[in-house]
Design a protein around this ligand. Structure first.
Ligand code: C5P
Length: 230
């Protein structure tokens, strides 16, 4: 099957407290986005990469890799889900969309391979990379007492959702449209598929596939990238 990587990269990354969107911060000699795009383009099963970029993004055209014939840019939307929808609208309906955060440059080809195997499983709609929760999980009180514990959630069967997330393009497009038109909060592609009643496989991925979110994540990501490409 035809696999196209979709990279939502139209967010502002305010938690990073930097002067530019976080995917343009430099890591081991190139930007985070260049690491992520190169890694996906170099995967033998990925034929194309579509990147959703904010309309006022001043940085993207300074990256030499953007000239690559297998990269397309689309305009991002109000939320991550809108940005992904704009990218999906440019893909063939029968392709598979491998949606991956710009801010996860440490994913390995081995984990992508494990996820792609989901395409041969007729019992699931698609799948996501995920990692079992390690810490004890606390639910905080609401109503002005958010610094107090309400209770402890069982961490049995609890996973962190990572990316990439892989679904048939047409199925994901319809699920995202349905969720958005019903004002369902969508923070990843799988939530839309779950809402639409689909079955999503959890593929145990390496927790080194971190989403760069805070400044302290930068040296950690640099360490993991050097490990992966040794
Ligand atoms: O904010 P968060 O880290 O959850 O964003 C995840 C990804 O979604 C980021 O790569 C960000 O650039 C992207 N995004 C987007 N369009 C938006 C908001 C976020 O493409 N409107």
């Amino acid at each position: 099957p035809h696999v196209v990587a979709v990279i939502p990269a139209a967010g502002v990354g305010s938690r990073m407290q930097a002067d530019r969107p976080k995917q343009y911060l430099s890591l081991a000699g190139k930007t985070i986005l260049e690491h992520t795009v190169t890694l996906l383009l170099n995967h033998p099963s990925v034929s194309r990469v579509v990147i959703a970029i904010s309309h006022d993004d001043d940085f993207i055209h300074s990256l030499p890799i953007i000239a690559n014939a297998n990269i397309d840019l689309v305009e991002g939307g109000k939320t991550r889900a809108d940005s992904v929808l704009n990218a999906l609208a440019t893909l063939p309906e029968e392709s598979w969309a491998l949606v991956h955060d710009a801010a996860r440059p440490c994913v390995s080809h081995q984990d992508i391979d494990a996820l792609l195997a989901v395409m041969n499983n007729s019992n699931t709609t698609g799948g996501i990379l995920a990692s079992p929760v390690r810490d004890t999980m606390k639910r905080a009180c609401d109503h002005g007492q958010a610094s107090l514990i309400s209770h402890t959630e069982s961490r049995e069967n609890l996973w962190h959702a990572l990316t990439p997330q892989l679904f048939p393009t047409g199925v994901l497009l319809r699920a995202l449209n349905k969720a958005l038109s019903n004002s369902v909060t969508i923070t990843d592609e799988a939530s839309a598929i779950e809402y639409a009643g689909g079955k999503v496989a959890l593929i145990n991925g390496n927790p080194a596939n971190i989403k760069i979110t805070h400044p302290a994540d930068l040296p950690l990501a640099e360490f993991y990238i050097k490990q992966t490409h040794k």
